[in-house]
Design a protein around this ligand. Structure first.
Ligand SMILES: [Zn+2]
Ligand SMILES: [Zn+2]
Length: 396
């Protein structure tokens, strides 16, 4: 959009709802906004496209969803009907259902690819003490450490540092450390046992950097049918392989994130899994959930206009973007965070503590200027040594 072109007739912004158009360093801008402004200045036509519109485009021009998935494409399975396989060393379970295995077997026997999606790589989301409940934290930065593989290597989710699973709890010296929130590696043995021996099984979690050659080998191996366990990045497989079945193993976990856009992100991903590269023939998409087919999942059958209607009504009630500003404040220390929270609450602003990352506070405001006034003292030159808070304003 910054190219010095003359006589631009049309500007097309593809995937306009994508966060990729926002810059994450100075100057902060959204390329979509620049493109729109340029279209006005040049008298050019602006086309915004994508798998579904952003909230702003939906509010402004109320587009209707013209393509609903064919009947029987989307299956909802109640997780309460599922069963829990044994996951070694883990306390939490990840329930699996009969339809999941049935559809996987059918797809693979037809020589097509089945995809199990779970956005949690490694063996478990964290390792924690059975006695005192403390999770094992990173010795370098203090964040949660994920359990990377069955051998018991832990890896920090923030800085990537690794360490072996400790013999005893670093907090209470208790001897029983167990994994929580099973990941893709934990699913591997169950998945392997359910497949015929001659069918391949891969884990695709973005941690192995497959070169072009390895990538081609995997695609080739999958030609006669197979199963892939992957994070959301594995949806790229739909461009190259004949994915006949995609299953969201724990659809609810995709919205457990506290971010206000969590439901949009989840909906957008599942919607993508229905359509991406599905031209070769029907694909069945299955969601395992505790509230199957309700809430944000309704739009998967009824269309994205239904999703936005429900979602925007809720955001309006809660005063979330795009109806207000969400100011994210990152403090340099716990004491600064507590003091900021107290000041904001005293001014009757709606303050939220997302819990992770630790120094972060969210506050909703009709006008960010009001929050700015309250934060003013923290930007005094006296605080330069302790560090100033970081501010991000979310407007969706
Ligand atoms: Zn302990
Ligand atoms: Zn770390």
């Amino acid at each position: 959009v910054f190219a010095p072109l003359a006589g631009v007739g049309v500007i097309i912004v593809d995937e306009e709802s994508s966060g990729a158009y926002r810059t994450y360093r100075r100057p902060f801008l959204n390329v979509r906004t620049v493109a729109a402004r340029k279209a006005v200045l040049e008298g050019a036509r602006l086309t915004l496209s994508g798998r579904l519109p952003s909230s702003r485009v939906y509010i402004r021009s109320a587009p209707r969803c013209g393509c609903r998935p064919p009947r029987d494409t989307v299956m909802f399975v109640d997780l309460k009907q599922g069963f829990s396989p044994e996951y070694r060393g883990l306390t939490d379970t990840l329930r699996l259902s009969a339809p999941l295995f049935r559809e996987t077997a059918r797809t693979v026997s037809e020589g097509r690819v089945a995809l199990w999606l779970l956005d949690r790589k490694g063996y478990a989301g964290e390792a924690a003490c059975e006695d005192c409940g403390s999770p094992v934290l990173c010795p370098a930065c203090g964040r949660i450490m994920a359990w990377r593989d069955e051998k018991g290597v832990l890896q920090c989710v923030a800085c990537g540092k690794t360490r072996p699973l400790p013999e005893v709890c670093p907090v209470c010296r208790g001897a029983l450390l167990k994994g929580r929130r099973p990941g893709l590696e934990a699913l591997y043995p169950v998945a392997r046992a359910s497949l015929p021996e001659n069918k391949p099984l891969f884990i695709w979690d973005g941690s192995k950097s497959w070169g072009k050659k390895e990538y081609q080998t995997v695609i080739k191996d999958l030609e006669g049918g197979g199963l892939v366990l992957g994070t959301r990045s594995s949806l790229a497989l739909c461009d190259r392989a004949d994915v006949g079945f995609a299953a969201w193993i724990d659809a609810d976990s995709e919205v457990r994130n506290v971010a206000f856009q969590a439901k949009f992100t989840a909906f957008s991903m599942v919607w993508e899994s229905i359509w991406r590269g599905s031209g070769r023939g029907g694909r069945v998409v299955l969601l395992q959930s505790r509230r199957p087919g309700s809430g944000w999942q309704k739009g998967l059958v009824a269309g994205w206009d239904r999703f936005w209607e429900d979602e925007l009504r809720e955001r309006k009630e809660l005063g979330l973007p795009p109806y207000s500003f969400l100011v994210e404040i990152t403090s340099s220390s716990g004491a600064v965070k507590d003091s900021i929270m107290a000041k904001l609450e005293a001014s009757r602003l709606a303050v939220m503590d997302p819990g992770d990352p630790p120094g972060t506070v969210w506050v909703e405001a009709r006008s960010p200027a009001r929050v700015g006034k309250i934060l003013d003292p923290y930007f005094s030159i006296k605080n330069s040594r302790a560090g100033f808070p970081g501010i991000t304003v979310w407007i969706d």
